[in-house]
Design a protein around this ligand. Structure first.
Ligand SMILES: C[S@@+](CC[C@H](N)C(=O)[O-])C[C@H]1O[C@@H](n2cnc3c(N)ncnc32)[C@H](O)[C@@H]1O
Length: 265
């Protein structure tokens, strides 16, 4: 472990549940602690489909990156709200299509930082970088990303499962707009977001339970609210839909998590 990884581990408070670790638990990972599992299981008892939802979101990430690296020909990715590395991280999917792809990961969680090594194992023809930074500081994200990405060439900005941590609709849309403003034409923005429009009552009870705790507060948004986060960007078909049904490769049940991808003209 490097010094920076060591100090990141020192910052961890394992007694307070953390969203990235709950997500990791629902995805079947081992990078979580007892405090995370207690709350994750309480939420699962209310919303049993949370596991399906987390897995559908990861599968959506895979299909989005395959689409962007394949059909759309994008070679650069800015993945904000990366999460703890798991199978099929953005660089693995993108570089499986185009080994020269460059990826910058961004998260504000010291645990994700501590696992950054797994995210930096780039194909030798491409490159990856990791920034410990906060979505609420877009200028820092852009400055750091410029070390690896060429802002004169299309970039795919992915904001998956992160805008729900910005409770104010206006602030969330403003952050997307500020990041998108830095991207050249032909770039893409992908969002995924939990919702109360599918299984609304149980999702709201789970949200209340989470928000009563000490961790970063969350919101759920309707499809219209998620659409509004894209601002002036042009959504590509099928627009904002349950993420399990965005460019599906097989029949899939809806999950309470929306996804959509837009292109910057
Ligand atoms: C639910 S996970 C999603 C992980 C991954 N994008 C996915 O879809 O599987 C949300 C991630 O966003 C990160 N996050 C939450 N708020 C953030 C903020 N303000 N700035 C940067 N990262 C944030 C959390 O630490 C966590 O790793």
């Amino acid at each position: 472990m490097s010094t920076s990884e060591g100090s990141a581990m020192d910052e961890l408070d394992t007694g307070v549940p953390h969203s990235a670790r709950l997500w990791n638990y629902w995805l079947g990972g081992k990078d979580n602690f007892a405090a995370d599992r207690v709350v994750a299981d309480q939420i699962l008892a209310m919303v049993p489909e949370m596991v399906a939802s987390a897995r559908a979101d990861r599968a959506y990430l895979g299909r989005v990156v395959l689409y962007l690296a394949g059909e759309a020909g994008v070679r650069q990715f800015l993945d904000v709200g990366t999460g703890i590395p798991t199978a099929d991280n953005t660089h693995e999917v993108a570089q499986s299509v185009a080994p020269s792809s460059r990826i910058v990961y961004v998260d504000n969680d010291p645990l994700v930082h501590a696992h950054a090594r797994a995210l930096l194992a780039s194909h030798p023809d491409g490159s990856t970088d990791y920034l410990e930074a906060d979505l609420r500081d877009p200028a820092q994200i852009i400055e750091g990303a410029r070390r690896t990405l060429d802002f004169d060439q299309p970039i795919a900005l992915t904001l998956l499962g992160i805008l729900n941590f910005i409770p104010d609709d206006g602030q969330a849309a403003e952050l997307v707009a500020r990041l998108a403003a830095e991207l050249p034409p032909g770039s893409y923005v992908a969002i995924s977001h939990p919702t109360n429009e599918i299984n609304g009552e149980t999702m709201e009870s789970a949200l209340r339970l989470w928000n009563e705790g000490p961790s970063a507060k969350m919101v759920l948004r309707s499809a219209d609210q998620v659409r509004a986060l894209f601002g002036e960007l042009e959504l590509i078909p099928p627009g904002v839909v349950t993420c399990s049904q965005w460019h599906p490769t097989e029949d899939a049940e809806p999950v309470p998590h929306f996804g959509g991808v837009a292109r910057k003209a």
